[in-house]
Write a protein that binds this ligand. Structure first.
Ligand code: NAD
Length: 295
């Protein structure tokens, strides 16, 4: 069993760290928020006074932070304090450029590193069923895979430095676009006098089938577990969807890829968020498409 430093014990980080403790690892945790540290301590994480203190005796360091600037600032602080050969795993969702810079900082200090963002949300973090998308060398991935297992349903090695973040934003661009497509179809069906259930029954077994329809249906009824059945409480908040769509647009611009539907989805989620819906589940965009964003 390993000693693991876990930095960033928020909505995702805390349940992920708890699963590492349950698997028998020693977890040294740090966060800036006292309440999050208290939750971590109650899950069996040893609380450290700083990120630097957390990495000192760790063989592996996991970060789960809001954005690229937080990851780079923490890496600049802790990379010089870690022993050579320590494995750094960043599971935050960040831009591809910052992910590559984080790898470069790790390499400068003789560390192994992978970017390993996740899909599956807080439910997946609690259940230990996250999908990890990893980027980095085969050597770093080989060391990371057994550490990730207690938190994972699936671990996919996507390629070299930054490939995990690339996979994450491509996947979430599909998700943002497909949720709008499914929402538009239900709004049109309503205008045409077609019931939600009838459209669901047909499209879920026809060529319109997709995850946004069959697992996360944006109208109440057909999929009882979807946020539409609980007033669009997240789930996956519209603010996080917008963050990922913007990351995809930044990446598309710097790579010279044409993503017109990704751009349109970013616009629509920008408007939805600007109306005060950052904390609403992203499937609530259907109410905006209907012209009733406050429902
Ligand atoms: P969160 O805001 O709940 O947690 C982030 C934590 O990082 C906070 O507790 C914050 O105090 C801490 N932090 C910030 N700067 C720090 C520093 N310098 N040192 C130590 N701690 C610091 O966010 P979250 O929902 O846990 O998401 C974390 C990452 O995972 C994000 O990049 C997000 O996009 C991604 N993600 C979230 C979800 C989700 O459903 N919540 C799903 C997939 C991916």
């Amino acid at each position: 069993m390993a000693t693991i430093a876990f930095i960033g014990l928020g909505n995702m980080g805390n349940p992920m760290a708890a699963n590492l403790v349950k698997a028998g690892h020693t977890v040294h945790g740090f966060d800036l928020v006292t309440e999050n540290l208290e939750t971590a301590a109650s899950n069996g994480v040893t609380i450290m006074a700083s990120a630097g203190a957390a990495v000192k005796s760790a063989e592996t360091v996991i970060t789960m932070l809001p954005a690229g600037k937080h990851v780079l600032s923490v890496y600049r602080d802790i990379a010089p304090k870690a022993a050579k050969g320590t494995l750094f795993i960043d599971s935050s969702t960040i831009d591809v450029e910052s992910a590559k810079q984080a790898h470069a900082i790790a390499a400068e200090h003789g560390l192994l590193s992978i970017d390993a963002p996740v899909s599956g949300g807080v439910g997946g973090a609690e259940g230990g069923t996250l999908t990890f998308m990893a980027g980095g060398s085969q050597k770093a991935f080989g060391k990371a895979e057994p550490i990730l297992q207690p938190m994972a349903g699936r671990v996919v090695h996507c390629g070299n430095d930054g490939a995990g973040q690339a996979a994450k934003i491509c996947n979430n661009m599909i998700l943002g676009i497909s949720m709008i497509a499914v929402g538009e179809a239900f709004v049109l069906a309503e205008k045409l006098g077609l019931s939600h259930q009838a459209l669901f029954d047909v499209a879920s077994t026809s060529s319109g089938q997709c995850w946004s329809l069959t697992s996360y249906c944006p109208v109440p009824g057909p999929v009882p577990a979807s946020p539409a059945n609980r007033d669009y409480r997240p789930g996956f908040a519209a603010g996080l969807m917008l963050k990922d769509l913007r990351l995809a647009q930044e990446a598309a611009q710097s790579a010279g890829a044409a993503t017109p539907l990704g751009a349109e989805a970013t616009q629509l989620y920008t408007l939805f968020n600007a109306m005060g819906h950052e904390g609403t589940d992203f499937s609530g965009i259907i109410n905006f498409l209907r012209g009733h964003p406050d429902q």
